[in-house]
Write a protein that binds this ligand. Sequence first.
Ligand code: AMP
Ligand code: ZN
Length: 281
Amino acid sequence: MHISLCREHYVDRIRGIVSDTIKKFEMIMPNDRVLVAVSGGKDSLALWEILSTLGYHTDALFIDLGIEDYSEFCKRECYNFGKEIGGKLIIFDLKKEFGKSLMDVVAKSPRKACSVCGIIKRYIMNFVAVKKGYDALATGHTLDDEVAFLASNILRWDIVQISRQKPVLESWHPMLAKKVKPLCMLSDLEMMNYALALGIRVCEEKCPLSTNAFSPFMKKILNDIENRAPGTKKNFYREFLKNRSIFERTVIDDIKIMECENCGMPTVGKYCSFCKIMGFA
Ligand code: AMP
Ligand code: ZN
C-alpha cells in the first residue's frame, strides 16, 4: 500500500482488503461457520479479529504440538487474545488426543521437523473443522507466505504443488474441509502495521525446531528483490492467479483417491501421511 493513512483509516483499509478478497474468491458465505487456525503469531490472531469484526461466525483452533515452552507460550497468546476479543478458542492437544507430541514424532522420523509439523498441523486443522462441522477453515497465510511458497515450488518446477496453490481449496470429499486464506493479498509488513495499529502483540518468539527452515530464507531474498523493485511480490502473485489454470491440466487425472485404512481420510495410498508419520500404519 503506497498511500499515507491515519491509524483509523489504515485499519479500515486492511479490513476492506480482507473483505474484498473473501468476496472475490467466494471464500466465506455470510452464514458460514468459520474455524480460524491460530498459531499465536500476529497474522492468524489479526485474521481472527478481522473476521469477527466483519461479522462472520468465527471460532479459533490452536493445536498444542507439545514443543517445549514454545507451545505453552503460543497457547497463552491465543487464550489471552480470545478473551480480549470475546471469541471461542478450541485447544487441541496432540499428545492427549493421539498419544504423541511433535517432539516424540520428530525424534523417530527421518524427515525434517518442519515437514513433520506441516503434515500434522494440516491433518489436525482439517480433522477438527470436519468433525465439528465448520463450513470453512481459515489460515493466516499472507502474501509473503504465498509468494515464498510459489517461488520455492517454481525453483523445483513442482507442478503438482503449483497447481494446488490457491486462495481457496474447495472441499471435494465429505472428510475434507474447505480451506481459505483471506490474508493472501496482504504482505507481512501490512499485517505487522495492522497489528501495531490495534495493539495486537507482535511476538518475536520463534519455533525452536525451525532453525533451518527454508521459507524465512526465501522471504528474505524476495524482500531484497522487492526493495529494488517495489510491487514485485504482489505482481508475481496476481499474475500467477490470472494464469494458474495453465498448470491445472496435468494433475490428478491418473491418481486414484482411496480412503486411509486407519482413519478413513482421503489419500493416494493405503494409509494417509498423518497415520504413517504418527506410526499408526
Ligand atoms: P505456518 O505453517 O507456521 O507458516 O503457519 C501458517 C498458518 O497455519 C498460520 O497462519 C495459522 O493459521 C496456522 N497455524 C500455524 N501453527 C498453528 C497451530 N499451532 N495451531 C493452529 N493453527 C496454526
Ligand atoms: Zn490416516
